[in-house]
Design a protein around this ligand. Structure first.
Ligand code: ASP
Length: 703
């Protein structure tokens, strides 16, 4: 029976190996090396732009969408070219925003939204992160490039913000180009005003500002000198009251830059002002040690309301966050590694963060219930196959009077029925007497929901992450199936998965990418992450771990997604998540690996082997302030032999951890296909575990 169990798990793993490597590859956020203090080596530059969070809807024509993508590309190229040739971040932000202000597609400068009075009142601001110098203007009517007037305020005055007539009078003292107010008008924006006024009349609500007219432009940049800057410019909300000022010219609300990060926002300005969104993102990064993505996701997902808008952030290491809760956000990002991408909806990396449901009172530590099992196979603590444990958990979730029901679910790319059959065999042998249903990708939603609602346990087979996401949680928005999965957990049920089936459990999952790619060796695309099923917060899981050299992509994906904890599930390993307690427990005979921290190339993160029976309190781990780690000891490296071929190298990552643990005060080092990983015992940080560092040979040479 054991042999049979091992065979079907192995079958799944083997089938998956091909599938994952065939999955699509898109450019994505990359961690970039930063130069050391005083180093002569220039920083790697990085830039992000936005053109508003509510300008076009999905229903608009593909031609219009293509126009937006082209307009974003043109602006991004101006910034990328200038940064690549050593341009200053502040200059670049101004230049890029000027391009966007001139482009009638965007709600800033030409193409600005109309006020309810049928005029245009423009707001803009700019900030230099290294000096905290900043300038802003609001209610400007005749200046072609409000961002340049904001810059003039910053450079020539002791003040930060000028409004209305005062700003216009100051403009008279400059050589900046002036235009009649009608210069900013476009037919499209006038139609939006008409629609908004009609809607307002219908609602008889003078306070209604309407989300339809949202849109703003912004740019954040890190230059090769290591300076950060941000600039934002807007026409404000369509049909806004005469004199209304939004967040864009309010430093700390819609725009902010420091030595830590640069932020530009778009969306319902009043909300961004109330919550000091831009400054708060910087503060979370400074004080809590959060990454740009973590901090941005917190503000967009937890603080703001659904559909309030989005933010772009670049940090001092060049890491970019593009986070929004609106349907889309016009956006783009480029960096010195060759990244260059733009998108409106899902075309480019960016995290669409659904606002978190706020429970009035959480019934458990996490507000969640039930059990998740990430199965790499093997035996549990009782020397029983872990699949039997799944059956037991499902049976105990079932009402005593009814037969337990188990649902085998698959989103495999190939033979879905075959995938299910593999597992059905195992379930039948380990849980005699349960009713087994199957759910394939094509099953209609109603039928899928009915089956999930009837189940006590669900087993997701392997498959292809991209398909899972598209089928069950496209763009991070719950489908009815997702809601039903959460109902299953709420009633104490169990959801298990293997391979891609376990990757989907977190908020974020890998879509594709190898360690080498993630670390900039070869294609330089990095790992692509996308929304998972969000059955648990905090943890990103990756399977086939010790055997397939995936530490690099796990670390890079943590950095990209802003997830704090990564668990690499080994073959013959298994990790059980008790959601009500917020714990992770090692189950399988082979330990899995828990990695903590938002790493990137050359950064240390902690690692811990999750041995059979070991329990980790994830709630505590996530709430604890981020630790910082001592540098690797300056001792000779112990080289781990990866073996002559990939097949022979199986298990060499395990040898790396074992060697480091057995030799405190030394660094164990493994070189693999253009990238390296080092491990050492964390004496100074006090985590009692290991520190890990990954890098690519190329990046290493550049440091
Ligand atoms: N935040 C801008 C404002 O409220 C508008 C927008 O970004 O859509 O003025």
């Amino acid at each position: 029976m054991l042999a049979r169990y091992a065979r079907f798990i192995m079958g799944i793993m083997t089938a998956l190996a091909g599938v994952v490597s065939l999955a699509m590859t898109l450019p994505s956020e990359q961690a970039v090396p930063a130069a050391g203090e005083g180093s002569a080596v220039p920083h790697c530059w990085s830039i992000a732009i936005h053109g508003g969070s509510g300008t076009i809807g999905r229903e608009e024509s593909t031609e219009l969408r293509a126009e937006y993508l082209a307009a974003l590309s043109a602006a991004l190229k101006v910034g990328a070219d200038r940064l690549a040739s050593g341009g200053d971040a502040l200059e670049v932000c101004e230049a890029v925003v000027m391009v966007l202000e001139d482009d009638p597609h965007f709600n800033a400068g030409r193409g600005a939204a109309f006020t309810a009075a049928g005029t245009h009142e423009l707001d803009a601001s700019i900030m230099d992160g290294s000096s905290l110098r900043c300038g802003a203007v609001a209610g400007v009517r005749t200046v072609r490039h409000p961002v340049s007037l904001a810059r003039a305020v910053m450079e020539r005055l002791d003040h930060v913000l000028l409004v209305g007539d005062g700003a216009e009078a100051f403009a008279d003292t400059t050589t900046l180009e002036r235009v009649p107010n009608s210069f900013f008008s476009t037919e499209r924006r006038r139609r939006m005003l008409d629609d908004a006024l009609r809607e307002r009349a219908r609602k008889e609500s003078a306070a209604h500002t309407g989300a339809a007219g949202k849109g703003t432009v912004g740019c954040v940049a890190l230059d090769t000198h290591g300076h950060l800057a941000a600039a934002t410019s807007t026409g404000g909300l369509t049909a806004k009251r005469y004199g209304r000022v939004g967040d864009s010219p309010i430093i700390g609300a819609g725009n902010f830059a420091s030595s830590v990060c640069a932020v530009s926002c778009t969306g319902t300005g009043e909300q961004f002002i109330r919550h000091s969104v831009a400054r708060m993102i910087a503060a979370r990064m400074e004080l809590l040690g959060e990454s740009s993505v973590e901090a941005a996701r917190y503000l967009v997902g937890q603080t703001l309301n659904p559909d309030d808008g989005g933010v772009i952030v670049v940090d001092a290491q060049g890491r970019v966050a593009l986070v929004y809760s609106s349907e889309g956000m016009n956006r783009g990002a480029a960096d010195c590694h060759g990244r260059f991408e733009v998108g409106v909806f899902e075309e480019c990396a960016g995290v669409r963060t659904a606002a978190a449901p706020r429970a009035a009172s959480a019934p458990t530590r996490t507000g969640l219930n039930g059990t998740l099992l990430c199965i790499g196979g093997g035996l549990d603590e009782k020397n029983e196959p872990v699949l039997r444990r799944f059956c037991e958990l499902a049976s105990s979730a079932a009402a005593a009077t009814v037969q337990p029901r188990i649902l085998i679910a698959t989103a495999a790319s190939g033979d879905q029925d075959g995938e299910c059959l593999n597992i059905v065999g195992g379930i039948k042998s380990f849980c005699p007497g349960v009713v087994i249903d199957t759910m394939t990708r094509e099953l209609p939603t109603d039928e899928s929901v009915r089956l999930i609602d009837a189940a006590d346990g669900i087993f997701f087979t392997g498959g292809d992450q991209k398909r899972i996401t598209q089928r069950y949680r496209p763009e991070g928005i719950d489908t009815p199936e997702c809601a039903a999965l959460r109902r299953l957990l709420a009633r104490g049920g169990v959801i298990a998965g293997t391979s891609a089936g376990d990757a989907m459990m977190g908020e974020t999952m890998f879509l594709t990418g190898s360690s080498a790619e993630a670390l900039g060796v070869g294609s330089k695309t990095g790992p692509q992450v996308g929304p998972g099923m969000a059955l648990q917060p905090w943890v990103l899981t990756d399977s086939h771990f010790m055997e397939r050299h995936r530490i690099g992509r796990l670390i890079a994906a943590l950095s990209q997604s802003g997830t704090r904890i990564g668990i690499g599930v080994s073959e013959n390993g298994c990790v059980e998540f008790d959601l009500s307690q917020g714990t992770a427990r090692g189950i399988g005979v082979v330990p899995s690996l828990l990695v903590e921290g938002i790493g990137s190339v050359g950064d240390a993160v902690t690692a811990q082997l999750l041995q059979q029976g070991a329990v980790v309190d994830l709630v505590d781990r996530v709430r604890a302030p981020r630790r910082s780690f001592a540098a690797a000891p300056d001792t000779p490296r112990i080289a781990i032999d990866p073996g002559a071929s990939r097949a022979a190298s199986k298990g060499c990552e395990r040898a790396l951890y074992d060697t480091a643990l057995a030799n405190p005060g030394t660094v164990a080092r493994l070189d693999l296909d253009g990238w390296w990983v080092e491990a050492w015992v964390d004496g100074a940080g006090g985590s009692g575990g290991l520190c890990l560092r990954v890098g690519s040979f190329e990046a290493n040479q550049g440091l």
